[in-house]
Design a protein around this ligand. Sequence first.
Ligand code: USQ
Length: 397
Amino acid sequence: MKIAILGGDGFVGWPTALHLSDQGHDIHIIDNLSRRWIDTELGVQSLTPMDSIQERCRIWHEETGRRIHFHLLDLAAEYERLKAWLAEAAPDAVIHFAEQRAAPYSMKSDRHKVYTVNNNVNATHNLLTALVETGIDAHLLHLGTMGVYGYSSVGAAIPEGYLDVGIETLTGETARQEILYPTRPGSVYHMTKSLDQILFQFYTQNDGLRITDLHQGIVWGTHTDQTRRHPQLINRFDYDGDYGTVLNRFLIQAAIGYPLTVHGTGGQTRAFIHIQDSVRCIELALSDAPVRGERVRIFNQMTETHRVRDLAQLVADKTGAEIAYLPNPRKEAEENELVVRNDQFLALGLDPIRLEAGLLDEIVEVAGKFAHRIDRKRVPAVSAWTRDLAAQVEPDP
Ligand code: USQ
């Protein structure tokens, strides 16, 4: 297949591009390199040294003989160029990762809120309307988030996107209806992914677009089979307070002797997935495209749930690191239960990689190897959800 990967220079986009290229697909990365600009804005860098996207693609070609094409294009700002590219390239599938993906970054200031909404919502809408206008019947796969549901399963497992509800009619009978699971985003970033869901619903119903929305949990790990093939194919690894995700952060904190930064009681339960499973899920979802006229297909792309303090304890037991319980800069439930259904990926053949202490060795090793690149001042999470919470955040525990 000819596949466009929008946001293919990012943390999940890059390993996905390699994985699908390895399987023989013709890969075109479209990216505005905004993630690299944000590193510059924040004054941080990936723990792992990353080459330019052009250099990464050159190395991949040298290693495998396969080409990955790169196109510098801003989806949210360059609608006409996007439309022209789609019309000419006519991809069979479009994978859409091209959104600002960090909740803390989206809550840093009003400017960051505005940027995240403009970028994410326009990128998605530009893509949808360009697909309609060009008449390209590509399967659109979008990387959404588990965060659209909120993080409480109120005693029943969170279903895959839709909820079957009974509504009492005027005559006292019960009418049944399948509705999108009510959204309860916990940050401006998560809110944009909730808005995306409505855009998808509209364009499938109005124009028959074929869309799969992947509600992904928190990704951990860094390498995939393909990124291991050459040191210059290495994936990015974020550790800073805005972009670093919780388990990867705990691992680098342990590596540099920094207390593990648990927010609040650490009673937050979240859904997780290893990066290798993440790229495998995308491959599986690609192989099972919806037909025209079908409603948006929604998969929960996660393999297990964990409580934040249990993850901290696991890392502490393994490495001897201390745990620091800090005031939580986020507005979120202190404790929650979370049970999630993921039957569809299991039925398609996903064999989940479970979190075990042994699997953490590889990340500990990466963290140790590149520890000299870490700026300790960038480790604390200082982006607070409200002014009141900002007053409690300590810059350095
Ligand atoms: N947390 C800590 N200490 C830290 C960092 C985080 O206790 O040093 C806590 C947070 O307060 C939160 C939980 O860990 O309760 C998860 O935080 P996170 O930064 O690992 O994940 P999150 O902000 O939810 O976002 C990440 C990705 C996002 C993706 C989302 C999936 O950045 O792109 O959509 O995970 S999910 O969480 O399932 O919505």
